[in-house]
Design a protein around this ligand. Structure first.
Ligand code: SF4
Ligand code: SF4
Length: 416
């Protein structure tokens, strides 16, 4: 176990505020922060774990990967004059303690109901929605296009940031609740909304954002998008002969891709980002970890196009930028070349617009599914949550939207 004195010191830093801004304004799933921390102060770790799990079965994942500085810890009153309470660290500690001590939280199923719900996608939004519904006794089937379950948790976030065992543990427990899991079932091809509506009383779409953004660098081999690249790493199908790798982007996915490239034996790995460090969306800690791994960040640089022999990429033509009014503007006559054998685009993922349009579901101007405040879509009995209806979502926010959708589904099913 970690140093108990240190854990208690961190717990004692919490002032147990009555107004609890960390919980109410910071945490998307409203974790009962003062209570679980007060249990740590009393060394009642089982009770702390129960409080966390009762509210959020993804607590271990959230404690590990939530951007706490923007969520719970960002609203901690301690941060106004000093440093915030280490909420994420304490949440992770309690979950690790439970694992080491084989202490489990039981997922319970409510009184069986005859209504059936289809959940499309087994990422955090799909799993959370399925759990909330099954907890109330509804019959739930999860459809997943991939072989394994977990979506972005399994195929997007690398194991050096989040252990696959944590995800598998949650899925195993959901299976024990008799949630039905169907893999290798592609939405839009194997299953369609109209068909599902005949069999199910409600449908939840948690299919995430799966279309990577890229732009044309020319016709070269070894140009990847982050989705393909991270899947190769996560499936242990390592890409070979990567050579000097350039990752284009500045978010956490860019950091993950760069660190995965190091582990796939790249000769060198650089991140080329068009803005400066201050404007980088990646968490500070992720950038620091990437640098520790040997990744070279290059700021204020825009990649224009590739150069090489035939289809073999050899270098990138770039231009220096400067920040004016928070925007990256090209600097005149500052073009230069950067050595690159492989490129990974990590500049964002979007929902698959064509696929959704074929299902006649209404989208907003950003190509996301249009929902009301209760996550109801334009189609009756169809709801959505996570990255498919919210851009730049976090795992915790995806869980939060799925919970809202589950509430709406329950309320609609009860009133029918
Ligand atoms: Fe913080 Fe995430 Fe835990 Fe909420 S779920 S308290 S945001 S670490
Ligand atoms: Fe504790 Fe900070 Fe939350 Fe106050 S705001 S209860 S100090 S974690």
């Amino acid at each position: 176990m970690e140093n108990l004195e240190e854990i208690k010191q961190k717990a004692n830093w919490c002032l147990q505020c009555k107004t609890r801004p960390c919980q109410e304004k910071g945490c998307p799933v409203h974790t009962n922060i003062p209570e679980f921390i007060s249990k740590i102060k009393e060394e009642k770790f089982k009770e702390a774990y129960d409080i966390l799990q009762e509210n959020n079965i993804f607590s271990h994942i959230c404690g590990t990967i939530c951007p706490q500085e923007d969520q719970c810890e960002g609203k901690c009153v301690r941060a106004i004059k000093q440093v915030p309470t280490s909420i994420g660290y304490l949440e992770k500690f309690i979950n690790e303690w439970a694992e080491e001590n084989n202490y489990e939280f039981e997922y319970k199923v409510g009184e069986e109901k005859d209504k059936k719900v289809a959940v499309i996608g087994s990422g955090p939004a799909g799993l959370e929605c399925a759990y909330e519904l099954r907890k109330q006794g509804y019959k739930v089937t999860i459809f997943e296009k991939d072989e394994d379950y977990g979506g972005i948790l399994r195929y997007g976030i690398p194991d050096f940031r989040l252990s696959k065992d944590i995800i598998q543990n949650i899925i195993d427990k959901l299976k024990k609740m008799e949630i039905v899991f169907r893999n290798n079932t592609c939405f839009g091809k194997d299953i369609k909304i109209d068909d599902l509506k005949n069999e199910f009383d409600a449908i939840f779409l948690g299919i995430g954002a799966e279309k990577p953004s890229t732009y044309d660098l020319g016709d070269f081999e070894n140009i990847y998008d982050s989705d393909t690249f991270l899947r190769a790493y996560n499936n242990r199908k390592y890409l070979e002969k990567l050579g000097d790798v350039v990752v284009i982007g500045g978010g956490n996915v860019a950091m993950d891709s760069a660190r995965a490239a190091i582990r796939m034996n790249a000769k060198s790995v650089s991140i080329l980002y068009r803005r400066d460090e201050e404007h980088m969306p990646a968490r500070k800690i992720e950038l620091e970890d990437a640098i520790k791994d040997g990744v070279i960040p290059v700021f204020l640089t825009r990649v224009i196009k590739g150069k090489g022999t035939g289809r073999k990429l050899e270098k990138l033509e770039c231009i220096k930028t400067e920040i004016i009014d928070h925007k990256a503007i090209d600097k005149v006559n500052s073009e230069f070349e950067y050595k690159a054998d492989s490129v990974v685009f990590a500049i964002g993922l979007k929902p698959n617009k064509e696929l959704l349009q074929k299902q006649n579901i209404e989208l907003n101007e950003y190509g996301l599914i249009k929902v009301d405040e209760n996550c109801r879509t334009s189609i009756e009995k169809v709801y959505a949550g996570g990255d498919v209806m919210e851009s730049k979502s976090t795992v915790c926010r995806a869980i939060s939207s799925a919970r809202i959708a589950a509430k709406a589904i329950i309320s609609d099913l009860e009133s029918r």
